[in-house]
Design a protein around this ligand. Structure first.
Ligand code: B4P
Length: 191
């Protein structure tokens, strides 16, 4: 199986690149953000809980997303592999993902980190907010998401670097040129 983690600050292009990677390698795209937004749209109990965190730019508690992911992996046993987009977002989530994959005799194959400066991130998310109306794409929530990223998510870089899995790629430029750089790194680990 090919198991890719795509990692980066909010607005770094994770969702955009994940769609392309999933198509290229025939992988199951797992976006915890998308799943949570669907739950919010359906007003489920999980959605109501998630909304109370996401609307403030905070992370949904680890136990909630880890359980969500466990169910998803169990439901997709026949998949060729996964692209994990927006998961893990904390070191405990990273540890949980390792344990989960180990239970299926699998591991993380590669971690792609998209590197983009804060100014560009804020710009992209404000533009998306103006077009899509996504509730958390407003200046106040974006600033909080960035703070949360540096405090809770960025430490995962060292976690994966120490396992020799981290590939840092510039996330500035055209979507196609960034995708080409990602493909180059993935192809190195699968041949
Ligand atoms: P996500 O849905 O994962 O949202 P995000 O981090 O804000 O990044 P997103 O994927 O939307 O942006 P992208 O980089 O693709 O999470 C939302 C919230 O859910 C979190 O804040 C958290 O509360 C909660 N959550 C999700 N997962 C969780 C977890 N594991 N644990 C706890 N809580 C969790 O792209 C942004 C924009 O940039 C797009 O408009 C795109 O068109 C544009 N763009 C992309 N590439 C570009 C390029 N090369 N040039 C210019 N623009 C580009």
């Amino acid at each position: 199986m090919l198991n890719i983690v795509i990692f980066g600050a909010p607005g770094s292009g994770k969702g955009t690149q994940s769609d392309k990677i999933a198509e290229r390698y025939g992988l199951q795209h797992v976006s915890t953000g998308e799943i949570l937004r669907e739950e919010i749209a359906s007003s489920t109990d999980l959605g109501k809980l998630a909304d109370s965190y996401m609307s403030k730019g905070e992370l949904v508690p680890d136990c909630v997303v880890i359980e969500m992911l466990e169910e998803l992996i169990a439901r997709n046993k026949g998949a060729k592999g996964f692209i994990f987009d927006g998961f893990p977002r904390t070191v405990p989530q990273g540890e949980a993902l390792n344990q989960l994959l180990q239970r299926h005799d699998e591991t993380v194959t590669i971690v792609v980190s998209l590197e983009v400066e804060d100014e560009e991130l804020v710009d992209r998310l404000l533009k998306r907010g103006a077009i899509s109306g996504r509730a958390d794409d407003n200046r106040k929530t974006i600033e909080s998401r960035l703070r949360v990223y540096y405090r809770q998510t960025a430490p995962l870089k060292d976690f994966y670097r120490s396992k020799d899995l981290l590939k840092e790629i510039t996330g500035i430029g055209s979507v196609e040129s960034i995708f080409e750089s990602i493909v180059k790194e993935i192809d190195k680990v699968i041949v």
